[in-house]
Design a protein around this ligand. Structure first.
Ligand code: BGC
Length: 873
């Protein structure tokens, strides 16, 4: 074996405040924001022994509150404590950092400046929640309300901030211009417990003299129809409302506050439908020109209603807002049934943007959306009660339109009513891809197109289902925060994107919902009523375990002890709840369970009737959560709990072995059963584990390397095979094109991961069952194994302080590369096998170390830098 390291220059730190992505983050909730930085490169002997933080805190008016610097002797660089005075509401702080090398005792360059501004706290609010003051009519016919208000500013503006939120969804305008580019604000939380507030710098939008502010309001998740089997409306309330507080500092130093109150005006707007499931309908004949600009005649408008709101529910968002991330142009536009069929070539979450030419007499255009075609037409049955259709009625003038308060999951669109006989020209209709504006942090590629396509499908599945909260699917009358799905996808998700903010925010909702149901974690969060089977206090293995496993995945990805600590109680309450349900036997076998949901052997309409005993699965998850909790307790220094839950885990293991291993029971001798037993470390005895592994391999080979697991079995099969010396079988199963398999879906044109192995049947028809999505990320959780084993990059310590470089080439793949933007900076591994020699190039970020585990070689450790190693394989 040979090993070489390339020298690299010292680069300035890249500073981050908390998990915020933007260089200037407004409206944060933290009074003492933590700081992290990484160096893109440094000489191999560089060691940070101290850091210096310089900051300047000011008021909105720009007065200096504190300007200082602090030198701290420490090698730490992740989430270090804020050195200054706590930030008060509205205060802004600009921060830079530099580090000192231990050996040379020389200071490096300063980082770029990064700034945050604290938002308002409960006592800062003067505004009232206001809603339409006229009779709206019933849910089917009501139009989305508009609210407006005019005000005067006595002189030039120095700085201005608009703090806003809504019961419902809102889009604000100042002087006729839209504020910001965030979508679906304020997102979805259990609104009556926690309501996010968004803050915007609107200094440039205001002017001395007359100004006007306006707001579009829509039902959204607050009172729109949501949930499956017909769903429910008015889930959080019957009245939509807008809360806004505009704070303006004039050059004179005067502060002007414009807040929503009884003096605002309201009227029905031109949106005659604004539904997340069903899309939007805009009738421009009903649009009041200039309504959000000064000098608009509002005499025909109604007053507003002041609505109750508990200001202590107002909170800063943890995660990035939903934004348009990119635009997709149709790959093909074909004539169909008097209209136009658009194929965007990629299943995704988004909505159309239309540039409609002048159309004398007006146009009435409809855009319908679907994931797949059947017989050359949109297949919409699988959408169930979601019509996913947008409509616009123009006055005849040319107009550009993008719906505001909806989002669809689709690849195809069918357009009718487009003016003229020609198809829409390039750029006239595009799809705006929408999701939470997260930083991409992980990549994978190989020398196989099918494997690369699969990985791309996983990425798009994540992007499509991280629209404010993690959902099961983005297209049908569901789109719920299913706990089980994100539990098993969290490791993959936190590799591919910085999902910390989105999941941290969602975990707050999980704790809130859990607190309502006596420790139970509902199967989806936020909870909405729906369906006969589903009620909130159902304790479901694999779903409820999101309470322990999602925080664990985030901690593994970025070493944020703060989040682990914040969620610790929720995790403990869940494990204690299951302990109570299982009783002294330590077997969780009394409750109805979903088990290995969508095992391909289950009857199509009874996805929970898997081959594997559901109580084997639930007891395995009981042990998994007890273990995760014990690890969290250890990391948090809760030593007593660590001992207690480790002992509990051991007791469950022992009970599991007695009840489910080597029993001769066919429901205990399945791919899922063996994979969970090995994957969750339930068989301590090496020989016994190897026997289980060999049996697993036998079962996989007997199935011709086809997949034979559902939601809960699938994420652990490849690891269990790898761990017991059956790596080749894991590769063969992954790369198998015989259905059920990942590659069989790609052969049928999948561009995202399907909900079920047979969402589309081999003849190209859509599965006849009523639960068929083409965009669920659950079965994409195999990507975590792909990253760690094929790519060879894995965390060996929280936050990748130590990374494991362990590429494992296998049949069918001759080269691969993987990279991940860790909190310490970019880590990467790429390898190729030529003539029995594997050459691996890998980069270890500054401040991190690597344990290098190459096939057939002793482990060895290296420090940061660019390394190359060659071994015979
Ligand atoms: C959802 C899944 C969920 C499952 C659990 C389905 O309807 O789409 O994401 O995990 O139900 O039963």
């Amino acid at each position: 074996m040979t090993h070489a390291t390339t020298a690299r220059p010292l680069t300035p730190p890249v500073l981050r405040i908390e998990h915020y992505r933007d260089r200037v983050q407004l409206g944060i909730g933290e009074a003492r924001p933590r700081l992290s930085w990484h160096l893109d490169s440094a000489p191999s002997d560089y060691r940070q022994d101290s850091y210096e933080i310089a900051w300047a805190t000011t008021t909105l008016a720009g007065e200096i509150v504190e300007q200082s610097a602090a030198v701290i002797q420490s090698p730490a660089q992740l989430l270090v404590d804020w050195p200054g005075s706590s930030l008060a509401p509205r205060q802004r702080t600009e921060v830079r950092v530099r580090t000192r090398d231990a050996a040379s005792q020389s200071w490096g360059e300063w980082s770029d400046m990064v700034a945050v501004e604290r938002g308002l706290d409960a006592s800062s609010w003067r505004a009232s929640l206001v809603g339409p003051g006229y009779e709206e009519g019933d849910a089917q016919e009501r139009r989305a309300p508009l609210l407006r208000h005019e005000f005067t500013l006595a002189g030039p503006i120095r700085a201005a901030r608009l703090h806003l939120t809504a019961h419902g969804l809102v889009e604000a305008e100042l002087n006729g211009v839209r504020v910001g580019r965030d979508e679906l604000i304020p997102g979805w939380t259990p609104y009556n417990d926690r309501l996010r507030v968004y803050t915007y710098d609107v200094t440039e939008a205001l002017r001395p003299g007359r100004n006007a502010i306006g707001a579009w309001l829509a039902d959204g998740w607050f009172r729109g129809r949501f949930g499956f089997e017909g769903g429910t409306t008015d889930i959080y309330g019957t009245h939509v409302g807008f809360l806004a507080q505009l704070e303006v500092v004039l050059d004179s130093g005067d502060v002007v506050v414009v807040a929503t109150d009884e003096s605002w005006r309201s009227a029905p707007g031109p949106l005659t439908r604004a539904s997340i499931y069903d899309g939007e309908r805009l009738d421009l004949n009903l649009s009041p020109a200039g309504w959000s600009a000064p000098d608009f005649d509002e005499s025909a408008w109604s007053a507003v209603t002041v609505l109750p709101l508990d200001p202590t529910t107002l909170a800063a968002p943890d995660g990035p807002p939903v934004r348009c991330i990119e635009e997709l142009a149709p790959v093909t536009v074909t004539a169909l049934d008097g209209g136009w069929l658009l194929d965007y070539g990629q299943n995704h979450s988004g909505r159309p943007r239309l540039r409609i030419p002048r159309t004398p007499g007006g146009a009435h255009i409809t855009v319908q959306h679907a994931e797949v075609l059947e017989d050359g037409r949109l297949h919409t049955r699988a959408l169930r009660d979601a019509s996913a259709t947008d409509e616009i009625i123009t006055t005849g003038d040319s107009v550009e339109w993008e719906p505001r308060f909806t989002v669809h999951g689709y690849r195809y669109a069918f357009v009718t009513g487009w003016p003229g006989d020609e198809p829409p020209a390039a750029g006239e209709i595009v799809s705006r891809v929408l999701h939470s504006d997260m930083t991409r942090t992980g990549w994978f590629a190989s020398d196989r197109d099918d494997l690369n396509r699969l990985h791309e499908n996983v990425v798009w599945g994540l992007r499509s289902n991280f629209v404010d909260i993690p959902t099961d699917c983005p297209q049908r009358d569901e789109r719920l925060g299913w706990t089980g799905d994100i539990q098993l996808f969290a490791p993959t998700a936190s590799f591919l994107y910085d999902v910390h903010g989105v999941l941290s925010d969602w975990l707050r909702s999980l704790s809130i919902e859990q607190s309502r149901y006596n420790g139970t974690v509902p199967v989806y969060v936020p909870w909405v009523p729906g369906g006969a089977w589903w009620h909130p206090d159902l304790d479901v293995a694999g779903w409820g375990d999101a309470a322990t496993i999602v925080p664990e995945a985030l901690y593994t990805a970025n070493a944020d002890l703060g989040l682990l600590d914040r969620q610790y109680e929720s995790a403990r309450i869940w494990v204690d709840k299951v302990t109570e349900l299982a009783g002294p036997s330590r077997l969780w076998d009394q409750q109805r369970q979903l088990g290995d949901w969508l095992d391909p052997a289950a009857p199509p309409d009874q996805p929970m009737l898997a081959l594997t005993d559901p109580h084997l699965v639930s007891t395995a998850y009981f042990a998994r959560s007890a273990d995760a909790l014990a690890c969290a307790a250890t990391a948090l220094g809760r030593d007593e709990d660590a001992v207690k839950y480790r002992r509990l885990r051991d007791e469950i293991r022992a009970a599991f072995l007695r009840a489910y291993v080597g029993t001769g029971d066919a429901t205990h001798d399945t791919v899922c059963a063996h994979a969970l037993a090995i994957g969750f470390d339930l068989i301590a005895d090496e020989a016994q584990r190897q026997r289980s592994g060999d049996r697993l391999d036998e079962l996989v080979r007997a199935r011709g390397y086809r997949v034979s697991t559902g939601f809960l079995g699938t994420p652990v099969v490849a690891d269990a095979l790898t761990r017991t010396g059956h790596l080749d079988s894991a590769y063969r199963m992954l790369l198998n094109h015989d259905a059920p398999s990942w590659m069989a879906t790609i052969d049928l044109g999948a561009t995202t991961v399907w909900e079920r192995w047979d969402s589309m049947l081999p003849d190209g028809t859509v599965n006849p069952g009523d639960m068929t999505s083409f965009n669920h990320y659950a079965l994409g959780s195999v990507a975590d194994w792909i990253h760690r084993t094929i790519g060879g990059l894995a965390p060996a310590a929280p936050g990748y302080a130590e990374i494991r470089v362990a590429p494992r080439p296998g049949p069918g793949v001759s080269s691969a590369s993987v990279s991940h933007l860790t909190p310490f900076g970019m880590a990467a591994v790429s390898w190729r096998v030529v003539d029995g020699e594997m050459t691996a190039d890998f980069t270890v970020p500054v401040g991190a170390r690597a344990v290098v585990d190459l096939p057939g070689r002793e482990l060895y450790r290296v420090d940061h830098g660019a390394h190359t190693a060659t071994v015979t394989v």
